[in-house]
Design a protein around this ligand. Structure first.
Ligand code: ATP
Ligand code: MG
Length: 661
């Protein structure tokens, strides 16, 4: 992208917070003012949400930028903050996790239960020789033991590296090797799509390539037969027999907490390193502020997998540090039927739901009648994360899930940022469909041009963060240079321009005429058409705004006349006829629809109607693979792809579609 990004889409709908919510909100507009006046003082105030064994001496040490230290000299134990202190405060009987297995089995785990399990697991890990600073790989389904394992590591100062349970032998082995992990915690399997899905065989194969692994701790979930080796230990024969007394010692605020690899949407995943005090401060604060969490009455549900950063920050550390009651679900949204999610909301009276655009678009595709069958009136706040949410998907979420009563918080952040950075506050912000609106209090996000100058309202460019924040990454595991190159060498001091360090997020963004922020997809995906930089997000959102479309992905393919031309891959809604002439007509309508919404410059050269899109296992569209297809290249790295058969289908359709265009 040589120049700034075009701003083509304009949105006039706006939704103020419900009056009652605004009147009782945890956080008011005052927070922005306080943070504006004294940013470090503001974060110091938020850090007091936590119990510190030793107070810090300095809020931020940025003298070794871009390596930050927050709450310097302070000491705390994360597990104590997430578990013990709630029990000490008399909330031992409160449910921390309502767990729902895919087959329908359930468990209610109180904070007292959690304390027992985490203490037992901490004792077992210690017995197995795991000490502070060691790395532990966690490869588990969505069962409560996943949270217990993470907290047990944190309790003894060992770093966890959670690897998503759907990843292959290769992905698991390279992550174990990269972190030099000593122990793997896994399960025989989990339930997915109505049947047991084994995990242990994958671990066996991976461990055979990983000499650093001394033990494999195995939770029994499915009871299926598995091979048993000399490194293997059952969780129920070790952890569940261990002493439930464990004293949590405090660790330095900058003690490393975990390594987590990014989703791999753009390329080779990076092992992002997070530490203790700053991370917990920001996840705890944002969970309280953005979801307006009332721990006494709310039932919170984040549908992410624990293998992604959203699961780390907003299933484990944020909610538990706040003493929340939450739902955790093991399985897929369409097992045994497409209403499963809404059934769970109804059953547990979920009041705060946090999910991803991919899920919302899938639900849109399945049809409005499905959520309509359930009582969703308990919902009072809806969240979105992971990708830009198309305005039409946002409206669908608001109408068919929130029944026009529940504000939507579209939260922008990354594995690297550790916690939410840009989002509406539900009791303060009048939000617009598709916009993440404003940086949270204490966060300084900006949209800039090539020279790192802020673009004016109405302009597009690169998303940057101008000031360090508490939950920021502290590096890429084992690769200092890649850390500097990836995030700090595009703008500011690291690029030899000026005295300030400027973090480059890799995403495009715009500031609309009212100053609201819109995320426009990855900078690498921007399409250069006849000299105009066009974001994938705006064209995709224009396609999704057509009543026949559920989902769309666009890429810029090399074109002899325009440099690049827009090629769109579009999934029609469930009830749309796409056969023969009707399909041809729809394609023409869609091309015209985009041109009408965004101007002729954005009219796709070609539109493919497809049944599925290539996605990462976290559900994000992998445009780089579609670009390979559109440009007739062999496919790049597909290891993070959810379902590789999708690409064969799309490629063959593409060949057929080409000759007709
Ligand atoms: P990789 O860095 O390996 O390519 P990834 O960027 O998909 O993978 P994550 O850290 O899980 O890995 O995702 C963060 C990215 O997701 C952001 O940089 C942004 O592109 C996108 N994203 C997350 N939330 C939002 C949101 N609310 N609006 C728009 N985009 C979002
Ligand atoms: Mg990324």
């Amino acid at each position: 992208m040589s120049e700034t990004l075009e701003n083509l889409y304009s949105e006039t709908r706006t939704f103020p917070p419900p009056a009652e919510l605004a009147a009782n909100a945890n956080v008011t507009a005052e927070a922005y003012r306080e943070a504006e006046e004294d940013r470090l003082g503001f974060w110091a105030q938020q850090a007091l949400r936590l119990s510190w064994a030793k107070p810090w001496e300095q809020v931020l040490d940025w003298s070794n930028a871009p390596f930050a230290k927050w709450f310097v000299g302070g000491e705390l134990n994360i597990a104590y903050n997430c578990v013990d202190r709630h029990v000490e405060a008399g909330h031992g009987d409160k449910v921390a996790i309502h767990w729902e297995g895919e087959p329908g089995d359930t468990r209610a785990i109180t904070y007292a239960d959690l304390l027992t399990s985490v203490s037992q697991a901490a004792n077992t890990l210690t017995e197995l020789g795991v000490t502070a600073g060691d790395r532990v790989a966690i490869y588990l389904p969505m069962i409560p033991e996943a949270a217990v394992a993470m907290l047990a590591c944190a309790r003894i100062g060992a770093l966890h590296s959670v690897v998503f349970g759907g990843f292959s032998v290769d992905a698991l082995a390279t992550r174990i090797q990269d972190a030099d992990a000593k122990l793997v915690i896994t399960a025989d399997g989990g339930y997915r799509r109505g049947k047991p899905s084994a995990l242990k065989p994958t671990v066996d194969e991976a461990v055979a390539q990983c000499p650093s692994i001394e033990h494999v701790l195995v939770v029994r979930r499915t009871g299926e037969d598995i091979a048993w080796g000399e490194k293997d230990l059952w969780w129920h024969e070790t952890v569940e027999q261990a002493s439930d007394k464990h004293e949590a010692r405090a660790f330095d605020s900058e003690h490393p907490l975990f390594i987590l690899y990014t989703s791999g949407t753009t390329g080779k995943p990076k092992g992002i390193l997070h530490t203790t005090g700053g991370f917990l401060t920001q996840v705890s604060y944002t969970h309280h502020a953005v979801f307006d969490l009332k721990p006494e009455s709310d039932v919170y549900w984040c549908t992410a997998d624990i293998g992604w950063v959203t699961g780390h920050s907003y299933i484990v550390y944020g909610p538990l540090s706040n003493g929340a009651t939450q739902v955790m679900y093991e399985g897929t949204p369409d097992t045994p039927h497409r209403g499963r999610f809404w059934e769970i909301v109804d059953k547990y009276k979920v009041s705060i739901l946090y999910t991803a655009p991919t899920l919302i678009r899938t639900m849109m595709k399945w049809g409005d009648d499905i959520p309509a069958k359930y009582d969703l009136s308990s919902l009072r706040i809806l969240g979105s994360v992971g990708e830009p949410i198309n305005p039409e998907a946002w409206m669908w979420y608001r109408e068919h899930v929130g029944h026009d009563n529940a504000p939507i918080v579209d939260t922008w952040w990354q594995t690297e940022t550790g916690a939410m950075m840009i989002s509406p506050l539900p009791g303060v912000t009048a939000s617009k469909p598709g916009s993440a609106m404003t940086p949270l209090p204490g966060v300084s996000a900006d949209v800039v041009n090539d020279e790192a100058e802020s673009v004016p309202d109405g302009g597009g460019g690169f998303l940057v963060l101008r000031e360090p924040w508490p939950s920021m990454l502290r590096g890429i595991w084992g690769d200092e240079q890649r850390f500097k190159d990836t995030y700090w060498s595009r703008f500011g001091k690291g690029a030899g321009a000026g005295d300030e360090w400027v973090y480059f997020a890799g995403d495009g963004a715009k500031r609309d005429e009212d100053g609201a922020l819109w995320l426009l997809g990855r900078v690498d995906d921007v399409m250069l058409v006849s000299g105009h930089n066009i974001s994938t997000t705006e064209v995709e959102s224009a396609l999704v705004s057509h009543p026949s479309v559920a989902e769309a992905a666009v890429v810029g393919a090399t074109d002899p006349t325009t440099g690049q031309a827009i090629v769109a891959f579009t999934i029609p809604r469930g009830n749309v006829d796409t056969s023969g002439d009707a399909g041809e007509q729809l394609i023409q309508d869609l091309r015209n629809h985009v041109a009408k919404k965004l101007g002729p410059i954005a009219k796709p050269r070609q539109i493919m109607l497809v049944a599925e899109l290539p996605k990462t296992r976290s559900g994000k569209i992998m445009r780089r693979l579609l670009k390979d297809v559109a440009e007739n290249r062999s496919l790049g790295d597909v290891t993070t792809l959810q379902d590789s058969a999708v690409m064969d289908l799309i490629s063959s359709g593409m060949q057929a579609g080409k000759s007709e265009d």
